[in-house]
Design a protein around this ligand. Structure first.
Ligand code: SF4
Ligand code: SF4
Ligand code: SF4
Length: 449
């Protein structure tokens, strides 16, 4: 169903003003989160930066925005805005004269998501401290904002979003499962279109900030839903569509950087569940005591699980014979590598549901902090809305276990279905992938319940 057929929605998306209004609210909130982190109370559970970013925003992102709107968060995210406004020399429509920034192309070796994988892992390794220490959160939020500005001065378009943002990498991965997509209506119209303004820009708007040619879009991963192409296309050939969930996974990616993203996200969800929700005090201590010997052991185990144990077991299961394993690794026999990458796509729905199940527990346990932080965001003893003294208590605890079980079992069924399709394309059996998904799901159930 084409949503852009609805005249009201289409004009709201084409106009820059509604988006600008949301941008401003988000940017003010983001800057306030930085300040709260830096100058507010050091008690994480009473500081706006921790409570609103890691509980409120995280809940909305993982439980609503990504599953239902894909990169919808990127459409309103404040992080790239100041850099983009400086790069364009304008906040609204394109100016007559462009500022003279360097506008370089990002070097080819970085045009993949390996840097995003690394930046996510760096945050993940320090996450126990990040999630509880306001000034570290403030510093990281500020660093992301200033890095995005710096990269906008050097490189063209949104280099930070496309190649570095630790959040953007996983939103892109899981956006493939969302029931929403931006695509062109008619390829023939694009073939005849002169100047390709959707990519190069015109007087009505900017060329795609995400360096994507909308005419070639087949999946959601790299479309930031910014709506510029809707504004620039002179042939009304851009559509925002409702579609079945996970439609992009019907044509699995063969890229190893994307395949490893699936393992990184799957593994991180399991490790977080163990560290943050599990009963193992020694594990918690190791994760919190950054720089200690125990932390280095924890970090090494974290990386080994993500880069060796999970993908290694997966490869051994899908290519049990030495010949098959050789094919999977030999670049000259790229079919094996492509099959490995394609089958890894089956883990995307399961990974998303692992995060949903983990986040349900984390968010329902800590959501009551939001009311207190709303009234006293800096922990200075204010009581703006009369909710500052609401005591902490977990909410909806009775539905937690059933909701988590449903998420995990649903994720398993969803991944099994995806594996069948991917295996058909790769001309291999889907059974090992389904067994793998079953084993990791059983482990996650044990960790959470
Ligand atoms: S990629 Fe990152 S910085 Fe860019 S819009 Fe998305 S979340 Fe924001
Ligand atoms: S501007 Fe419109 S018609 Fe032209 S290439 Fe882009 S999407 Fe196709
Ligand atoms: S210009 Fe179009 S294709 Fe490019 S990111 Fe924005 S919405 Fe997606």
């Amino acid at each position: 169903m084409e949503l852009t057929r609805l005249p009201l929605l289409k004009s709201a998306l084409k106009s820059r003003y509604p988006q600008l209004a949301v941008f401003i609210v988000m940017l003010v909130g983001y800057i306030f989160a930085i300040l709260a982190g830096l100058i507010g109370t050091p008690v994480g559970s009473h500081n706006f930066s921790i409570v609103f970013v890691w509980i409120g925003w995280w809940a909305i992102l993982i439980l609503v925005a990504v599953p239902f709107f894909g990169r919808g968060w990127c459409a309103v995210c404040p992080i790239p805005l100041p850099g983009e406004w400086l790069q364009r020399g304008a906040i609204l429509s394109p100016p007559d004269k462009k500022p003279k920034w360097l506008n370089l192309r990002v070097p080819k070796m970085f045009r993949n998501i390996w840097l995003q994988n690394i930046s996510f892992l760096l945050l993940a390794l320090f996450s126990s401290v990040l999630l509880t220490t306001p000034n570290i959160t403030g510093i990281i939020l500020a660093a992301m904002l200033f890095t995005a500005i710096g990269l906008s001065m050097i490189f063209e378009r949104r280099a930070f979003c496309r190649y570095l943002c630790p959040v953007g990498g996983f939103i892109g991965l899981y956006s493939q499962t969302a029931p929403i997509e931006l695509r062109i209506n008619d390829k023939q119209v694009c073939a005849k279109c002169e100047g390709k303004p959707c990519y190069n820009g015109n007087e009505k708007g900017y060329g795609c900030p995400w360096d994507v040619f909308p005419g070639g879009l087949t999946k959601n991963t790299y479309c930031g839903l910014c709506m510029e192409c809707l504004r620039t296309c002179p042939h009304d050939n851009i559509a925002l569509n409702l579609r079945p969930f996970a439609a992009d996974l019907a044509k699995p990616s063969a890229r190893m950087d994307e395949a490893f993203k699936a393992f990184i996200m799957l593994g991180s969800a399991m490790i977080y569940a163990g560290v943050l929700l599990g009963p193992w005090g020694a594990l918690k201590d190791a994760a919190y005591n950054v720089g200690s010997g125990a932390w280095f052991v924890y970090a090494a185990a974290f990386l080994a699980i993500i880069f060796v144990v999970l993908p290694g077991t997966f490869r051994l299961m899908i290519f049990p014979s030495p010949i098959g394993r050789g094919a999977a690794l030999s670049p000259s026999k790229g079919a094996g590598v492509r099959a490995f990458a394609a089958l890894s796509n089956s883990l995307i729905p399961l990974g998303l549901m692992f995060w949903v199940a983990f986040s349900l527990s984390f968010v329902l346990t800590n959501a009551s902090y939001i009311f207190a932080a709303l009234s006293d965001p800096l922990g200075l003893g204010w009581n703006l809305f009369g909710t500052a003294n609401i005591a902490w208590q977990p909410i909806l605890t009775s539905i937690l276990a059933p909701a988590q079980t449903l998420s995990l079992v649903g994720g398993l069924a969803w991944s099994a279905r995806t594996a069948q399709r991917s295996a058909q394309e790769a001309h291999v059996s889907s059974v090992p992938v389904v067994v793998y998904c079953f084993i990791v799901t059983a482990f996650m159930l044990w960790l959470l319940l």
